[in-house]
Design a protein around this ligand. Sequence first.
Ligand code: SER
Length: 358
Amino acid sequence: MQGCSTMTDSNHVRADDRGTGGILVTGADGEMGHALLAALSHRFLNKREIIAVDLRELTDDRDAHVSASYTGDISDPALAERIALAHDISEVWHLAALLSTRGERVPELALRVNVMGSAQMLKLAADSATRRGRPVKFLFPSTIAIYGVPTLEAKRAAGRVNEDQCMEPITMYGVNKRAVEELGRYYGKHYRQLSTDRLECTVDFRAIRFPGIISAETIPTGGTSDYGPEMFHAAAQGKAYTCFVRPDARIPFMTMPDAVRSLMELAQAPRESLTRETYNVSAFAPSAEEIAAKVREFFPKSNVRYVPTPERQRIVDSWPEDCDDSAARRDWGWKPEHDFDSAFSQYLVPSIRARYGV
Ligand code: SER
């Protein structure tokens, strides 16, 4: 990864529009970044600065969604300093991360990007809050990978886990995300607790533990829930798919539009209605074979065979069957738009038919 960074200005924001501060999005070129930038820009472009950061340069269509973009490594302090000097940041949407399969292949890199990069962004948020004299919101996608069940029997017995159960992650990614949840809680409530001039709330940290996410537009890379989206995209393209988990493997999933909407809704919720920093969200929890059967309903020629990879199977087996999202429903009115059937019939299949012309 490079330490240097470049900055480009694409959409000019007038000085008098900057009162509410800029929105910094890391991992802007990633799978969720792609969908989130479109949603944020739909809402805020030309009203607030939207500043994107990614290791890769943004493609032109994504660049159109932002006011400024930086290319560089978020764990590089020089990059954070450069952004902080150039922009008045009032919100950070910190998406950049290495997912669970990739994290197991390069654990130290995952630790650096997922934890040290997040610490860097939390510090940027805290410094910005100190300058502004009010809290900076910090939105963070956490994951079901922070959970860990030791055996399949324990997984079945646990059923839908709430936010305080089964927290013994077995992946570097899960451990990293859990660590950042704790760092966020610290920056939110206790940062500089021995200083007399500290703000009551420096970083307004809000996190969602996402299930596997399925998008019709993009395919994830480096995750262990990737068999869901891969199976669907392969069928839509008329390709056979070899699934790396058993047919009975079960974890929760959600559509990308629901995932983005959940983050946007959590961001808008009044702080006083939130009883925790980190929330589960849930939508549907099919087995791999149930996904394959659903895909076959729409693409009858789809061809899935199962050749489980023991290492990746073990990771999926350690994640819960489903999550209890009653706290999110109660505190900020969370409700998924798509259940298992409508995810396919109303979102995935129509969008993918338009995309691949099938
Ligand atoms: N989608 C993530 C992964 O597979 C889990 O949150 O790593």
